[in-house]
Design a protein around this ligand. Structure first.
Ligand code: 5GP
Length: 157
């Protein structure tokens, strides 16, 4: 993925926008595999609150500090589930005049999609399971697990 991004954006001004909190572990790994100069920024959005089900409501908790006008933006996300978060984020960032906004995700759960969203760089497709670890949480916990784990249903049902 890092190699593809490096060649696709060669000679272009690229800013990686990590989606907090879950995306930071993946972003930390990914950015070290990108061999061209890049800017890094973070945006924080609320998605599931304290439950394991999407509310469909997206709220910006922390915005990026950097201007993205006339720059290429790559949103770096941990997982795409319903697609609601990224659809909203992509449309919101486009209003700021970037040259492009593309999406990179470590994980994809396509079976749960509610809205169509083009994913430009994707790590792994996973089944409809709630996963934790590698930056992903349940109620704020388990982000520090080095592996990606399926959370047992009785932990949240
Ligand atoms: P979407 O808007 O695509 O439904 O949700 C995206 C966000 O929901 C992700 O950034 C992540 O925070 C959360 N999410 C979706 N699926 C999972 C999952 O299996 N495990 C965890 N921990 N979070 C998830």
């Amino acid at each position: 993925m890092g190699n593809r991004i490096s060649s696709d954006y060669e000679g272009k001004e690229l800013i990686l926008v990590g989606v907090l909190k879950g995306g930071f572990v993946f972003l930390a790994d990914l950015m070290r595999e990108i061999k061209i100069p890049v800017d890094i920024d973070f945006i924080s959005v609320s998605s599931y609150g304290n439950s394991s089900k999407s509310s469909g409501v997206v709220r910006i908790i922390k915005d990026i500090d950097t201007s993205i006008t006339n720059k290429h933006v790559l949103i770096v996300e941990d997982i795409v589930d319903t697609g609601l978060t990224l659809k909203y984020l992509k449309e919101m960032l486009y209003t700021r005049g970037p040259l492009s906004v593309k999406i990179c995700t470590a994980l994809d759960k396509p079976s749960r999609r509610k809205v169509h969203i083009d994913i430009d760089y994707e790590g792994f497709t996973i089944p409809d399971e709630f996963v934790v670890g590698f930056g992903l949480d349940y109620s704020g916990k388990y982000r520090n697990l080095p592996d990606l784990c399926i959370l047992k249903e009785d932990a949240y049902s």
